[in-house]
Write a protein that binds this ligand. Structure first.
Ligand code: ATP
Ligand code: MG
Length: 433
């Protein structure tokens, strides 16, 4: 501690960042749009804790993944005997644990859940890749119907489109069921074995532990090798084929364009059938905005009754980067800016601001006590629709000057009248916003 204070002020940790008020407006806008779309589709928000027992993620994400293998923030808390806990690196495991623990599926119905919040992975920070980042995700638990797959995809598409995002690609695949994959895995390993020494180091390790993840490798040489690898789509059994065809048919009916990408895989046993990613060409290397798919084996893997499920997660930082490219900062939408000068006027200004706020207006109060001119300049910058001016004379007569910022029209009005005419004023303000 001593050495840090000697070095001056403390900086945020690498891979974390402050989301400052101006940027938060984008976040709130995204959250508002997403919430509205999810509400309309009868999805309910769930808020599991941010840290959990390490075992949950080891089992729920898989020991052989990068996340569990090298990216988790894991530590012993103060319990005796020592107990290993982990900051959640993703949302699904916690949601499924909550579902099982609270017996949410007891009724036998379908649970449509969504969540948002920070996730933690010890990664190499770069644009669109942080150590604390945020996801918005959905999970539909309890339905094997291909309509559930298509519904979650339609909702992701709807959110991104409503926000105005363009240039998005949608990659779709099926990883079949456990049986299909056992056969495919064998064919894949047989194909890759002769190239073993040419694969990147991670992929060499995966050859025995988790060979399907090799298709996901970002190493160029490995990608060249896997280009001609067998396709999972040739290994789907008839049930898996039917499910996949139905999903595609439903997406086409919804007018959702997709391209098949047989290299889009998840290597773990509990991932089944549909896998998809929504990718942007405007994000550079960190291009995937949304990833998801079906995970019919996970609930059982985590100790629950066998229950099919499908979901996705959107990376919010990447989404915000895209929005900033196409959209000016969403406006704050302030109704009134209140300026005042002189003791009596200043005292009244706060009361007036409070009364207007209670009447439903958004009001910013200038606290500076500086010359009117400076306060007016701030009023202009605030983006308020109207300015309320209280000087000594107004304070004495219980009036206020109401100035419309766009037209510069100004008139005196009794404070009592102003409050009485709240509804009329609201209409006027809305028409000017
Ligand atoms: P990537 O291949 O980019 O590492 P991933 O497969 O690890 O992604 P998922 O676990 O599927 O990602 O998470 C869903 C989404 O969350 C990603 O598509 C991405 O938008 C976002 N995301 C994942 N990791 C990070 C991170 N470290 N920083 C910012 N966003 C992230
Ligand atoms: Mg990753």
């Amino acid at each position: 501690m001593g050495s840090e204070s000697l070095m001056g002020s403390i900086q945020a940790l690498r891979g974390t960042r402050d989301i400052l008020p101006e940027e938060v407006r984008y976040w709130q806008w995204v959250e508002a749009i997403a919430r509205q779309i999810l509400d309309r589709a009868a999805y309910q928000e769930i808020r599991p804790p941010i840290f959990e027992r390490t075992d949950l993620f080891a089992r729920g994400i898989g020991e052989a993944t990068d996340i569990v293998g090298k990216e988790m923030y894991t530590f012993n808390d103060r319990a005796t005997p020592p107990r290993s806990v982990t900051l959640r690196p993703e949302g699904t495991a916690g949601v499924v644990r909550a579902l099982i623990q609270n017996n949410l599926y007891a009724s036998g119905g379908v649970q449509r859940l969504w969540y948002t919040g920070p996730m933690f992975r010890y990664e190499n920070p770069q644009a669109g890749r942080q150590r604390q980042f945020h996801q918005l995700g959905v999970e539909v638990i309890g339905s094997a119907d291909p309509r559930a797959d298509a519904e979650v995809i339609a909702i992701a598409t709807d959110i991104l489109q409503t926000l105005g995002l363009k240039n998005l690609r949608f990659d779709l695949n099926s990883v079949g069921n456990l049986e299909d994959r056992h056969q495919y895995r064998e064919a894949l390993v047989n194909y890759l074995m002769p190239y073993q020494d040419e694969l990147d180091k991670d992929s060499q390790e995966r050859l025995t532990r988790n060979p399907m993840r090799i298709l996901d490798s970002k190493d160029e040489r490995t990608q060249k090798i896997t280009q001609d690898a067998p396709s999972i789509l040739d290994y789907l059994g008839s049930d898996s084929k039917r499910h996949f065809e139905q999903v595609q048919q439903l997406l086409s009916n919804l007018g959702i364009c997709y391209q098949l990408n047989p290299r889009l895989v998840r290597g773990l046993d509990y991932y089944t059938h549909t896998a998809f990613e929504i990718i942007s060409d405007d994000l550079g290397a960190q291009a995937t905005v949304c990833g998801g798919g079906r995970y019919d084996g996970l609930v059982q893997e985590l100790g629950g009754a066998p229950t099919p499920a499908v979901g996705w997660a959107i990376g919010l930082e990447r989404l915000i980067i895209l929005l900033q490219q196409i959209q000016e900062t969403p406006r704050q939408g302030l109704d009134f800016y209140v300026v005042s000068r002189g003791e009596a006027a200043e005292a009244q200004s706060l009361k007036l601001a409070q009364q207007l706020r209670q009447a439903g207006f958004s009001v910013e109060l200038d606290l500076s006590g500086s010359a009117f001119k400076k306060q007016f300049a701030r009023a202009s910058r605030s983006g308020a629709v109207a300015c309320l001016i209280l000087g000594e004379e107004e304070a004495q007569t219980q009036t206020v000057q109401l100035k419309w910022m766009a037209s510069k029209e100004q008139s005196a009005i009794a404070i009592a009248d102003l409050l009485e005419k709240a509804d009329e004023l609201r209409g006027q303000i809305e028409s000017l916003k």
